[in-house]
Design a protein. Structure first.
Lengths: 344, 259
């Protein structure tokens, strides 16, 4: 009798403490919120049809870091999107996908994606939900079909649980996959840099950062518009044509000659951590980027007219600008465990 | 009919006896015939000229006298509208169908919730309307798993044909046409309007069958198409793809309406 009581006691203990030992609710509902930081415009994508939940976010995060999305189960989204590099690919001008195959463009940072009207350097993708389709099916990235992805996930006990928690049943389909990833990637907000704290009156720029900011507003902000530090437009910023790729950029999508060699203005948030730079990753330092605008502009028919005479910068200007650009580093974002790999 | 009358009488009795009771509409069948709905069935016969389309090794001859075979043939029909004999239009909601010659089931469409009535023509879009192209992840006929969605340049492939022709200078003599684009001057959206030879009478208990023929030969006819030597692979949104859309906009004819 005593033993039975003992067992009963133990089981009560178990029931109350570990409801679901398989998948811990590491992410709580309070951790996943749709936000618009003060002073920011309304986002392009909202969760009106794709209801944002902690379980949806958790499923999206699990998929993001799972190489099961690739044909030979070796490449995950996280392979080329590293958190410490603001989800760019540190040290890689272009990235290597399945079988070591190389792409032809630099991995872009991932942050504040719900404000993106378009995706990719050429703006070819028009909705965050279908964004993952491109890398999953690209022969030099993950080289997989959605049919196979659905089949692999459907036969996984772990994913049956995750889909049930996120969507109420263990049905796996492409829409659920894409929506879960959109819940994860879309709520990766970076808005806690020193710049943000200065703007909200909680910190002050140093004298050098302030002079860099003044230069930025004067010389850079017409394209790298605050507060997201991009206007999402497509421009030819005077790079010489990379003969290895001969990438026509925006014209690849529109077919229009006036769009040749134009690429989307990238955000400068976390720019300190996301080297190398430019659509083909040709520059490895911020100084090289600034020197390009100072002395390296190549004039061509589609060059951005604001850059016809370059952007004259003294060595001191460059140092000051870089000092300001480093205030856009959001350490909290780069180390936030909600966005880290949870697949181990 | 007899049942309806009984129910009708019963509801009159109920209504007259208990004036204050609001009768929920759900449990009662609709009494007014205009409010009842049925289905319209559509049979699609994909042909090349007067020959039935058979995927694989069967050879056909284009109007430029090029020989070709067909391995893949798929296209979207969407936004189906039926125009009644008295001029009213029924617009089906969530109206998206993927015709896929390799899937016989896809050649039979069931237009749903058609108000009972007599219909004299049908209108539909070849392709997927612009808003749905950018609306994010879709399911069913619009699921990207159907290989009719461009990953690198958001948008549906409205119609797809792949095969071979000895006249094609491409590797393996392939011919590939992925026709898409939902906006701009080269968009591939085309509206088709087909008048019925006799009216289709749709009731709750009777489903008329509309048979339409779709002639793949129209894709490759003059004046908008030259021959497989000059145009063998079209996978972008260009004046060439738009010209093929102009051609296939004319490929449908009504074979029969059977009541």
């Amino acid at each position: 009798m005593k033993q039975i009581l003992h067992i009963l006691f133990i089981s009560v203990f178990f029931f109350s403490c570990s409801v679901d030992p398989e998948i811990k609710p590491i992410i709580g509902e309070d951790d996943v919120k749709e936000i618009v930081p003060p002073g920011w415009p309304a986002p392009v994508y909202t969760y009106s049809a794709n209801i944002l939940t902690a379980d949806g976010f958790t499923l999206g995060r699990t998929l993001f870091y799972d190489p099961i999305l690739s044909a030979d189960n070796t490449i995950s989204c996280g392979s080329c999107h590293q958190q410490f590099a603001a989800f760019a690919h540190s040290g890689h001008d272009v990235s290597h996908g399945i079988n070591g195959l190389l792409g032809n463009r630099n991995t872009p940072v991932l942050q504040n994606l719900n404000w993106n009207p378009t995706f990719m350097h050429d703006g070819g993708i028009l909705n965050i939900e279908v964004m993952p389709l491109a890398p999953i099916t690209n022969p030099v990235e993950m080289d997989e079909t959605m049919t196979n992805v659905v089949a692999k996930l459907s036969s996984s006990g772990k994913y049956k649980q995750l889909f049930t928690k996120a969507f109420g049943s263990d049905l796996v389909n492409s829409q659920r996959i894409f929506r879960a990833i959109a819940q994860f990637m879309g709520t990766m907000y970076s808005y806690n840099s020193k710049y943000d704290l200065v703007k909200s009156g909680k910190e002050n720029f140093t004298t050098q950062e302030q002079s860099g900011y003044n230069l930025f507003v004067q010389k850079c902000a017409s394209c790298h518009t605050e507060p997201l530090f991009t206007d999402y437009q497509f421009r030819n910023n005077g790079l010489s044509i990379n003969v290895v790729y001969n990438d026509s950029g925006r014209a690849h999508i529109t077919g229009a000659p006036i769009d040749r060699y134009k690429f989307k203005t990238p955000s400068l948030r976390n720019i300190e951590k996301s080297e190398p730079y430019m659509h083909d990753g040709r520059f490895t330092s911020l100084d090289q980027c600034l020197e390009h605008y100072n002395s390296g502009i190549v004039v061509s028919p589609t060059l951005e007219t604001q850059l016809l005479s370059g952007i004259p910068l003294t060595p001191q200007n460059k140092v000051d600008l870089i000092s300001f650009l480093k205030t856009l580093t959001d350490t909290k974002y780069l180390t936030d465990s909600r966005f880290s790999d949870n697949n181990f | 009919m007899k049942n309806s009358i009984i129910l009708f009488l019963a509801s009159i009795v109920l209504l007259s006896c208990k004036k204050d009771v609001i009768i929920p509409p759900e449990p009662f069948p609709e009494l007014n015939s205009i409010d009842t709905t049925g289905f319209l069935e559509i049979h699609v016969d994909n042909m090349v000229g007067n020959l039935p389309l058979i995927l694989g090794s069967t050879n056909y001859v284009s109007s430029a006298n090029d020989t070709f075979n067909v391995n893949i043939y798929k296209y979207y029909l969407s936004n189906v509208q039926l125009v009644s004999s008295n001029g009213l239009t029924y617009t089906e909601v969530e109206s998206y169908y993927l015709i896929d010659q390799s899937n016989p089931n896809s050649l039979h469409l069931m237009v749903k919730k058609v108000p009972a009535g007599s219909y004299s023509s049908i209108r539909f879009l070849i392709g997927v309307d612009a808003p749905r192209n950018t609306a994010g992840a879709q399911t069913g006929a619009l699921d990207p798993m159907n290989d009719m969605f461009w990953g690198w340049n958001t948008g549906y492939i409205m119609a797809k044909m792949e095969g071979h022709s000895p006249q094609s200078s491409e590797q393996t003599n392939k011919i590939v046409y992925h026709i898409g684009g939902f906006e701009g001057k080269d968009n591939a959206l085309r509206t088709v309007n087909l008048v019925f030879p006799n009216s289709a009478n749709c009731t709750q208990n009777h489903t008329p069958i509309l048979s339409i023929k779709a002639d793949l030969g129209a894709w490759f006819a003059s004046p908008n198409f030259d021959n497989f030597n000059n145009s063998n692979v079209i996978t972008g949104i260009t004046s060439e793809s738009s010209a093929i859309a102009d051609n296939y906009a004319n490929m449908f004819t009504v074979t029969s309406v059977v009541n």
